[in-house]
Structure formats: structure tokens, C-alpha cells
Design a protein around this ligand. Structure first.
Ligand SMILES: NC(=O)c1ccc[n+]([C@@H]2O[C@H](COP(=O)([O-])OP(=O)(O)OC[C@H]3O[C@@H](n4cnc5c(N)ncnc54)[C@H](OP(=O)(O)O)[C@@H]3O)[C@@H](O)[C@H]2O)c1
Length: 213
């Protein structure tokens, strides 16, 4: 199966490696493929770097891992037609950074959310919000000493949600489907809490866990 990742930052890079380990043939998209030439050589066979359009065209399963301010531009550069009918896993957080060194603030407020906005930009795509409240290195490898963490997802298409849940479970998560894409605001609010905890404690290897009786 082929995966396309829009985003060349730490998230895009870790997802590329994780998806490759899960057997996907991966294309990672950026405006500047040259900057990742050495990284791609280290990543090895089955991972290549191209334009946003290359990644979106290549993937049967797509991931969106762009900085929020550049997300709409990245989608336009990728060509919205390349997303039709596909699953797009949205790991973005709609952040802005008004004060250097301080925790970011939400760039969108309830009932808006990045997931809902992206779904409205790509109505023929099946957007699934997931993996946005964990550090990049743990997205596809959530191995924590205190146990199996929980991750939430939201999306309008039940089959797409199940497919992303299966991938997350294969990676080591316990996944919970929270319903339609409009529930993304909950997942993005949870990420704000996750980020604030990280800033206050200078600790970025934390994840959420639901405890049940
Ligand atoms: N870092 C984490 O651990 C973490 C955890 C959970 C969620 N997230 C979320 O995941 C997303 C990616 O985070 P990140 O830390 O990997 O990287 P990032 O620095 O937030 O984003 C890097 C990507 O955004 C693209 N980009 C930035 N401005 C753009 C513009 N004007 N037009 C088109 N593309 C633009 C860059 O494109 P080029 O490649 O062309 O430069 C690059 O691919 C963010 O939304 C973040 O909030 C991050």
C-alpha cells in the first residue's frame, strides 16, 4: 500500500519511518525536496521525497503534517483533486505563537477546528483527525514505560475511522472513535492541554491514558 505525507518536519519524518516499518511505500511532500536529500538517503528504500503534489498523488492513505499557517497553501499546492476518495489523517494542530518561548495559543475556537476546516476544503476526501496529541517520535511508536496510551480519533466515514484505528492499534495505541469530524475541536483542545503540560514541565514524552474499572 502507498502512503503520502504532506509535511517535512519532525512529524512528517517520523510518520514516514513508521509507515515504512508498517510496510507502506512512502512519499513525503515538501516545497523543497532538496533539503531532505540526506534524510531520504538514510531512510532507505521505500521512502522518497517529492513535492506536495507528488505525495498526495502517490498515497492511497494520506497524512497531513503541516504547520497550521501553511496548511491551506500546502493543500492547494498538492492539488485538491489528488485527495478525492482517499483517507487523509490530519495530525495538525491549529496553533499560533504570539509570544516567543511561551505556549502557543489556539488559532481557531469552538465550534471551528482544523479537522472540520480541512474536511470543508476537501469535501470528497475522508478526513480523520488523529495522532495530534503526542510527540512526533511516539506517533507510530507509542512505547511508554507506564503502559499502553490511549488516542482519540474523529471523522465522518466509519470505514475510514476503522482503517486509521487499525493502523494506530498496530502501532501500539488503544484507539477510541469519538464520532464525526466536528469532534476534532475536542482532540485539538486535548492537544492544547498536552502542549501546556509539556511547556510547564519541559517534558514531551507524555501521553493520555483512560483508566477503567
Ligand atoms: N512536533 C510534534 O511533535 C507535533 C505533535 C503533534 C502534532 N503536531 C502538529 O503536526 C504539524 C506538523 O508539525 P511539525 O513539527 O512536524 O512541523 P511544522 O514546522 O509545524 O510544519 C512543517 C511543515 O509545514 C509546511 N509549511 C509551513 N509553512 C508552509 C506554507 N506557507 N505553505 C506550505 N507548507 C508550509 C512545511 O513545508 P516545507 O516542507 O515546504 O518547508 C513543512 O512541511 C503541525 O500542525 C503541528 O502542530 C506536531
Amino acid at each position: 500500500m502507498q502512503a503520502g505525507i504532506l509535511g517535512s518536519g519532525t512529524v512528517g519524518q517520523h510518520l514516514a519511518v513508521g509507515l515504512r516499518k508498517s510496510g507502506y511505500d512512502v512519499c513525503l511532500g515538501t516545497r523543497n525536496p532538496e533539503k531532505l536529500r540526506d534524510w531520504a538517503a538514510d531512510a532507505g528504500a521505500g521512502v522518497r521525497v517529492g513535492s506536495f503534489g507528488d505525495a498526495a498523488a502517490h498515497g492511497e492513505l494520506l497524512f497531513l503534517a503541516t504547520g497550521w499557517a501553511g496548511t491551506e497553501n500546502a493543500i492547494q499546492l498538492a492539488d485538491p483533486g489528488n485527495f478525492a476518495g482517499k483517507i487523509l489523517v490530519d495530525v495538525t494542530n491549529p496553533l499560533h505563537f504570539p509570544t516567543p518561548g511561551a505556549p502557543p495559543e489556539p488559532a481557531l475556537a469552538y465550534p471551528e477546528s482544523a479537522g472540520k476546516h480541512i474536511q470543508s476544503l476537501l469535501p470528497e476526501c475522508r478526513v480523520v483527525k488523529c495522532f495530534n496529541s503526542i510527540t512526533a517520535a511516539y506517533m507510530a511508536n507509542p512505547v511508554l514505560t507506564e503502559g499502553t496510551p490511549d488516542m482519540f480519533l474523529a471523522g465522518n466515514d466509519a470505514e475510514a475511522n476503522q482503517q486509521v484505528a487499525r493502523l494506530g492499534e498496530q502501532w501500539g495505541w488503544r484507539i477510541h472513535d469519538m464520532g464525526g469530524i466536528e469532534q476534532s475541536y475536542l482532540l485539538e483542545a486535548l492537544a492544547m492541554l498536552w502542549i501546556r503540560y509539556g511547556f510547564l514541565n519541559q517534558h514531551w514524552t507524555h501521553a493520555f491514558k483512560l483508566l477503567m474499572k
